[in-house]
Design a protein around this ligand. Structure first.
Ligand code: GLN
Length: 310
């Protein structure tokens, strides 16, 4: 294990070199996200031992968006087991944009990955629940256990998403018609939209990564929140689809399971070692944070972490 000064220096260097890198633009199809200051940027590492190292706007709470898909997948795996999730949602890359309808059409309506919108709406529908509020509270509770108890819904962001999520509603109905949606479609879409509308800090995001790195033991809260059998499945899904249609490029250049969100957050996991997270709003054309990718890649590279290295 590296010493903490080495990690802090990698974190500082990444933020200094890439925290204001040019390029990209805020997501604007969700009105709330278009108005977030584009110059915010933060980066954090949480180690498997629970050490926290960070730089930049680390107290700023940003929208979790698609990174929430990891948490709901984790809960679906806990509720149903790996085989059922593979059969009911899938475990493969789509190679297409995160909200692609064509990807569904090409595969008989099966979402393939729990980390695209269709697969995440299907995951939300799979969660065992008595009613909508129970479904929502179980998903929020999983976000909090994986990350931190401070993660909460932004009413303003949720309103902004719920009043513009027509494309996702259509996806929910397509899933339903193909037999890949497991509760009322509009309930699934409502809860999925809420799960995207929580706010968290970069350190809380890195904590989620550390919890996945340790086989489900949150190293900050010290709580075992997932069964260790399920974390390799989650990391495999992140490798295949975590950065959408550029997941392959990310594996090729960085070599770590990752997950991004259109709120500007990005997470990478070094199994057994640490979670690395970054945040900055401007996105590239597929929806990944431009600076976030550079900051995370810089830390992984400086510290020498790449799963495919001998
Ligand atoms: N809430 C967003 C959506 O459903 C999340 C997408 C993302 O982060 N890629 O479009």
């Amino acid at each position: 294990m590296l010493d903490l000064n080495t990690i802090q220096s990698a974190v500082d260097t990444a933020h200094r070199d890439f925290g204001q890198a040019p390029g990209g633009a805020n997501a604007d199809y969700i009105p709330f996200l278009a108005n977030i200051p584009s110059d915010l940027s933060a980066v954090a590492v949480v180690t498997a031992q629970g050490d926290i190292l960070s730089a930049g706007d680390i107290h700023y709470r940003f929208a979790i968006e698609s990174i929430s898909k990891v948490c709901t997948l984790a809960l679906a795996l806990e509720d149903w087991g790996a085989e059922a999730v593979q059969q009911k949602i899938g475990a493969d890359a789509t190679g297409m944009p995160f909200n692609s309808v064509m990807a569904l059409e090409l595969h008989g309506g099966k979402p393939l990955s729990p980390l695209v919108n269709a697969g995440a709406i299907a995951s939300a529908s799979l969660i065992k629940a008595k009613n909508t509020e129970d479904r929502w509270s179980r998903i929020l509770s999983m976000q909090r256990k994986l990350g931190s108890a401070h993660i909460k819904l932004s009413a303003q962001l949720n309103e902004s998403e719920q009043t513009t999520n027509f494309h996702n509603r259509a996806i929910a109905w397509l899933l339903y018609s193909a037999g890949y949606l497991y509760c009322d479609p509009m309930e699934a879409c409502d809860v999925y939209t809420r799960q995207c509308s929580t706010l968290l800090t970069t350190v809380e995001l890195a904590t989620m990564g550390a919890t996945l790195a340790t086989g489900g033991l949150n190293p900050v809260s010290k709580e075992q929140v997932l069964s260790a059998n399920n974390t390799p499945r989650i990391l495999a899904d992140m490798t295949m689809e975590g950065l959408y249609d550029t997941s392959g490029d990310w594996a090729y250049t960085v070599g770590l399971p990752g997950k991004s969100g259109v709120g500007g957050g990005i997470l990478a996991v070094v199994p057994g070692v640490m979670g690395i997270a970054a945040f900055s709003p401007p996105l590239d054309e597929v929806g990944n944070s431009v600076r976030g990718q550079k900051m995370v890649a810089s830390i992984a590279n400086t510290l020498g972490y790449n799963l495919y290295k001998s």
